[in-house]
Write a protein that binds this ligand. Structure first.
Ligand SMILES: Cc1cc2nc3c(=O)[nH]c(=O)nc-3n(C[C@H](O)[C@H](O)[C@H](O)COP(=O)(O)O)c2cc1C
Length: 142
C-alpha cells in the first residue's frame, strides 16, 4: 500500500505552555512510531504547520488524534494524497521552531502532489521543496 501524506495549518491555543507542547509532541512521537508515521510540525509561536506521512491506516488515526487535540483550533487541511517516497523520513514527529515569515511562505506555495522537484537556481519552487529545505539541514546535523 503506497504511503499517503497530509499537511495542515492550525492556530495554537493562546496559553499553550512549553512543557505542554513538549508533552504533545512526545505523545505524537510515541503513537507515530508505533504506526510507521513520520513527519514534522513547524511552530512560529502562534500557528502550527504539520506534515505527516505513512501507511494509510496509521496516518488516518494520527491525523484524527491531531484533529481532536484541544491545544489548537481552526485546523485547515492544505493537502492530502499519495507520496511515492517519504519526504520527511527522519523523525516519527518533531517540533521545529520557525520565524514568523516561514508559515505564510509555505501557505502561499504549491502543495499539489507533494511534488519535490530539484531546486532551480537554488530557490525552492514548491511547498515540499521549501519544507525539505528547512528540515533536511536539521536531520543532517543530528
Ligand atoms: C500540532 C499538533 C500536531 C499533532 N501531531 C500528531 C501526530 O503526528 N500524531 C499523533 O498521534 N498525534 C498528534 N497530535 C496529537 C497529540 O499528540 C496529543 O495526542 C493531543 O494533543 C492530546 O490532546 P489534547 O491536546 O486535547 O490534550 C498533534 C497535536 C497537535 C496540536
Amino acid at each position: 500500500m503506497p504511503n499517503r501524506a497530509v499537511v495542515f495549518v492550525s492556530e495554537a491555543r493562546a496559553d499553550l505552555a512549553d512543557p505542554t507542547l513538549v508533552a504533545i509532541m512526545a505523545d505524537a512521537v510515541r503513537f507515530n512510531r508505533d504506526v510507521g508515521v513520520s513527519g514534522v510540525t513547524l511552530f512560529d509561536g502562534s500557528r502550527f504547520l504539520a506534515y505527516m506521512e505513512g501507511p494509510p491506516d496509521g496516518l488516518d488515526v494520527a491525523f484524527s488524534r491531531a484533529l481532536g487535540a484541544s491545544s489548537h483550533s481552526h485546523l485547515i487541511e492544505l493537502a492530502r494524497g499519495r507520496v511515492g517516497q517519504r519526504r520527511v523520513p527522519y523523525w516519527p514527529m518533531r517540533l521545529v521552531n520557525v520565524e514568523a515569515g516561514t508559515l505564510p511562505q509555505l501557505l502561499r506555495a504549491d502543495w499539489t502532489g507533494f511534488v519535490q522537484r530539484v531546486e532551480q537556481g537554488g530557490v525552492p519552487a514548491t511547498a515540499m521543496e521549501l519544507l525539505t529545505s528547512l528540515v533536511q539541514p536539521l536531520a543532517e546535523a543530528a
